[in-house]
Design a protein around this ligand. Sequence first.
Ligand code: HAM
Length: 431
Amino acid sequence: MSKDTIDLQEIRTIRGMRDLIGKDAEAFCYIIDSLKKIVSNYGYSQIETPIIEFTSLFARSLGEETDVVGKEMFSFFDRSEQSISLRPEGTASAVRALITNKLTQNLPQKWFYYGPMFRYDRPQKGRYRQFYQFGIEYLGSKSPLSDVESITAAYDVIQALNLKNTTLYLNSIGDTESRASYKEELIRYFSQYKNDLSADSQRRLLVNPLRILDSKDPKDQEIIQNSPSILHFLTPESSRFFERVQEGLTRLNIPYRMDRTLVRGLDYYDHTTFEIKTSISENQPSMAFVGGGRYNGLVQQMGGPSIPAVGWAFGIDRLILAFQHKIPPLHLISVLFVKEDEEYDALLLAHQIRSILNTPVLFPSDGNLIKRLKYSDKMNVTCALIMGEEEIKSECVKCKFLITIKDFFKGTEKVIKRSEITNFLYNLFKE
Ligand code: HAM
């Protein structure tokens, strides 16, 4: 058999891609639901954009010199020889959607989206080649209070998911004018260490020196430590803008730390940039849960009118890692019949409880009662409702507790009138 045939037969996921099953899938749904609820409270509504777009869309908006475009895109030629790419992020598509759907006169637009993104990065815990983002884009507001609002929504997510040991890092990279004078100073500074810089940073020195600040290379990092701060190069307008963002956060009691090297890994930002980071475990470096900022120039750069905007995106995979064990317990019920004679009564009971209480009810119908009880136990069912000949005759249900809840100990049983079962369960599960 040739090697090709063997490869084709191999059944495995592609490197950096994974299945979300069990606790991971449960955490995924819980996190998405929480995020949706939070951003809806800020007036965001959902958009869906394609997973594949023209490669030029990302190259033009994220920047040719960024790692994402230069090294990490999944790009292909389609059957008509057009270069297309799996989306590495959502902002470029949102801006494209604003323009192609002719919504640039209909502002502001507050959008949220979630779904898979693709980057050909080196996989490790918390970093995947297919990963999930949940993002918001606030298009059409130039007020610094929109930056505050957007950061507040991200902070709400961290609070709602009860994520500990997180820090909000904040910076401003000013407007184009601020960056132009800062870039000159950076070129002067880094040129002194040209030969010590990584090959990537040497190349970026003249093309896009700001990108050097984002380098993860340890030697570059040392040099970056003493580099000049952008904050000294902000124009008075940019400075005032940033002061108002900081003032807003302070008024809302949102703690933050300044990080003057926070330029973000994508080229479209100006003014405010921020990230919320944490250490996932002691021996792992801190990772960003969310990153974002203002991007006033992007819509125009992509062929639309000048429209200011601000947004962020959370990495859902990283939230799953940090949140996994904190999902509030879900009360599960199972309804079990003893013999075939009782199966339809039991089926009806399961259906009634599901619709009246809007709660998950399992109805295992294979195997004997012991097998179905074992399955209920394995699924962490709180109580199994058993219907046998005796129960049907006396219009009752036997409730067997598989988990201790309130005054009912694991393993005990209680017989309840059928007409009272939904009330009983409602009170049992009520906090
Ligand atoms: P980003 O910082 O490139 O920003 O990505 C946002 C978040 O996605 C990161 O903070 C991280 O949690 C997650 N993430 C990125 N790459 C990976 C990966 N390989 N594996 C797992 N998680 C990852 C953006 O994408 C911008 N579009 C955010 C934005 C929206 N700015 C303005 N609006």
